[in-house]
Ligand binder design. Structure first.
Ligand code: ACO
Length: 399
């Protein structure tokens, strides 16, 4: 890589890279991606191995601290999460200011941003213990915040976290448990959710993580930084894609309509795109996609939903697209979101919660990047330049 700062300082040279297609914005030791080989590793461990052998809590420990926990370390990490997973009653009343039909992501942007007003004891973020406390608070509270945004939307009182349960099971009981009723966690569903959380935990400098880092580079409050990440994640080109995939599969409606969908996706004059296809970095395959596809098949089998018509359309769409010259030439493959919507839907999650779950998972990565940036003394405020293409000098003329 060329250190462009030297060229700028000595020769005034600027690079023009709209959308940062070929610009590394920072150094990071958290996640490694090789888009040509379809490789994804967290702190050196292949995603496939982590998905097979670890829990989301262990993976978050890995992302935050750089190492997987031993058994005592995991107990202590869980204990810290349990200490911080409740919401202040005043935060619960804060929800009441939102329209009840608001999108959960709109509510989450607001609630997470507002946490900065609730934690005024944490003000010196140059101190490692305060940094860690903010990171843990965010990670621990996010399932409670996401579940409350759902229960509020359906008019049901929010349930408290149950510290006898693991992170994913706890999220399930807060989402789906009825007030004053025991909620029986289906271990297959809990395992699937845990895997989804692992697969979405981090993905280096994606749009939302870059936003978090850019906000953090100004020294902004961590709760506000994560709120900016949630806002960015919401877009259909990013975390909103799995919701958009289901809408698209329903719009396609049947296997007979797939050729027409493929034709439309290839037409440059038609805004229709195959949602869940393509990736800025993966130009071979997205390693998360196959893991999710296999999990989707096994969960649907467990739920006796193997005949799900949307799964049939998705499988056929993938097959047809992968043998189509346009998709081959442009290196467009199913990404992590192509099957995750079908899976989440079968697990009982309403469509509007899909991106909220993604936000819960990605909080793990966001706080790790926030911590990394806070401890990088060489990284100043992010301040991209631009190519000005507006009017040349002109003067006000009063008529
Ligand atoms: N369907 C049809 N054509 C596509 C698609 C698609 N899904 N994705 C890209 N293309 C085409 C583009 O039209 C473009 O064609 P051109 O060369 O004729 O101009 C070419 O492939 C390159 O696409 P870009 O948009 O330049 O690629 P970029 O890296 O900017 O975009 C993105 C990546 C946003 C993911 C894109 O592929 C897309 O919109 N996919 C659908 C949305 C989606 O699934 N997003 C989730 C991403 S993963 C995540 O955030 C978790």
């Amino acid at each position: 890589a060329i250190d462009i700062r030297q060229l700028y300082q000595n020769h005034g040279l600027l690079t023009f890279d709209p959308g940062f297609k070929s610009t590394a914005s920072c150094k990071s030791s958290i996640t490694y991606i090789d888009g040509d080989q379809g490789i994804l590793r967290y702190r050196g461990y292949p995603i496939e191995e982590l998905g097979r052998t670890c829990s989301f809590t262990e993976v978050t420990h890995l992302l935050i601290y750089g190492e997987l926990p031993d058994s005592a370390g995991l107990t202590s990490f869980n204990h810290t999460i349990h200490e911080h997973n409740l919401l202040h009653e005043q935060v619960i009343s804060f929800y009441r200011g939102f329209r009840r039909d608001a999108h959960p992501m709109a509510v989450m942007v607001g609630v997470v941003g507002a946490l900065s007003a609730f934690y005024q004891d944490l003000q010196d973020y140059s101190q490692p213990d305060q940094q860690m406390k903010a990171a843990i608070r965010l990670f621990a509270k996010m399932p409670t915040i996401a579940a409350a945004s759902y229960t509020y939307s359906i008019g049901r009182p929010a349930r408290y976290p149950d510290n006898r349960l693991d992170y994913a099971s706890n999220l399930l009981q807060m989402m789906f448990g009825k007030p004053n009723e025991a909620y029986e966690v289906d271990p297959v569903i809990a395992k699937a959710l845990d895997l989804i959380l692992i697969l979405h935990a981090d993905h280096e400098q994606n749009a939302s993580t870059s936003t978090v880092r850019m906000a953090a580079s100004s020294g902004a409050n961590p709760f506000a930084c994560i709120a900016s990440g949630i806002a960015t994640l919401w877009g259909p080109a990013h975390g909103g894609a799995n919701e958009a995939v289901l809408n698209m599969l329903e719009e396609i409606g049947s296997i007979e309509n797939i050729p027409n969908a493929i034709r439309r996706a290839k037409d440059r004059n038609d805004p229709f795109r195959l949602m869940g296809f393509g990736h800025r970095v993966y130009k071979n395959h997205d390693p998360r996609s196959a893991i999710i596809r296999d999990m989707t098949k096994s969960v649907l089998k467990h739920l006796n939903m193997e005949d799900d018509p949307l799964l049939a359309i998705a499988l056929e769409l993938e097959r047809v697209a992968l043998s189509d010259a346009y998709f081959i030439e442009k290196k467009l493959y199913p990404n992590v979101d192509f099957y995750s919507g079908i899976l989440l839907s079968a697990m009982g999650f309403p469509r509007r919660m899909f991106t909220a779950l993604f936000a819960v998972a990605r909080t793990s990565g966001w706080v790790s990047h926030w911590l990394e940036l806070k401890n990088d003394t060489t990284h100043g405020i992010d301040r991209p330049r631009q190519l000005y293409v507006g009017s040349s000098l002109r003067h006000v003329e009063r008529r």
